[in-house]
Ligand binder design. Structure first.
Ligand SMILES: Nc1ncnc2c1ncn2[C@@H]1O[C@H](COP(=O)(O)OP(=O)(O)O)[C@@H](O)[C@H]1O
Ligand SMILES: O=C(O)[C@H](O)[C@@H](O)[C@H](O)[C@H](O)COP(=O)(O)O
Length: 203
């Protein structure tokens, strides 16, 4: 083949890459909405906030300081799964707490290729953020139950863990580094979320 010829149709190239389909997950106040929107802008894909998919009854429940249960969350997760399925071909980012493995399984049923970006960190930092966030239905009193419910990504789950204390621009870069072919360098503290921890996923 002449070196100037275009690659054969079967050759993988940038156009063959699957567009990113991400769920930015974590407890309330971890930065999902802020970082999810920034990631979507950087990746040039649509963004959705799972808060907008809650029923009025669920919003009223959380506003009253009562945690949602599995029954409250199932129809909500299915609607987010439908959003992911509808954006699988072109890519998209949705911010959704996805606290339990079983919740992430519901999302994966609709979009098996989805990559989870977990914004992980300390409860005190998150509580301060939620207490200082104006005009949101989620009370700071629910932060403890969110941490109690949270099940971190397991080794077989496609995703990355990022340190929520990094600033937003840095978190976008952390994700890009983790998703690049070489992956992210090992975190400084393997027990925590000191950098980007690749959980085996590529998007
Ligand atoms: N990386 C960050 N560093 C500092 N503050 C942040 C960061 N990400 C979000 N915040 C702030 O923390 C609060 C919670 O962020 P938000 O995106 O609403 O979280 P979530 O969607 O997970 O509840 C907001 O006031 C937001 O401005
Ligand atoms: O399953 C839940 O209990 C909720 O989805 C919860 O995890 C989520 O955090 C709220 O929707 C508040 O919204 P923010 O996460 O944006 O604060």
């Amino acid at each position: 083949m002449n070196p100037t010829d275009p690659p054969p149709p079967t050759s993988p190239g940038p156009a063959a890459q699957t567009p990113p389909l991400l769920v930015v997950m974590g407890v309330t106040g971890s930065g999902k909405t802020t970082v999810g929107a920034a990631l979507a802008q950087r990746l040039r894909v649509p963004f959705a906030d799972a808060d907008d998919f809650h029923s009025p009854a669920s919003v009223a429940k959380m506003s009253a300081g009562i945690p949602l249960d599995d029954d409250d969350r199932l129809p909500w997760l299915r609607s987010i799964g439908a959003w992911l399925a509808a954006h699988a071909a072109g890519g998209g980012v949705v911010s959704c707490s996805a606290l339990k493995r079983s919740y992430r399984d519901v999302l994966r049923e609709s979009a098996p290729q989805v990559c989870f970006v977990h914004l992980a960190g300390d409860q005190q930092v998150v509580s301060r953020r939620v207490a200082g966030r104006p005009g949101h239905f989620m009370p700071a009193s629910l932060v403890a139950s969110q941490f109690a419910t949270l099940q971190p990504l397991q080794p077989d789950e496609h995703g990355v863990v990022l340190d929520l204390t990094h600033d937003v621009d840095r978190l976008v870069e952390d994700y890009l580094a983790a998703a690049s072919p070489g992956g992210a360098p090992p975190p400084a503290d393997p027990g925590g979320a000191g950098g980007a921890t690749d959980r085996g996923g590529r998007s």
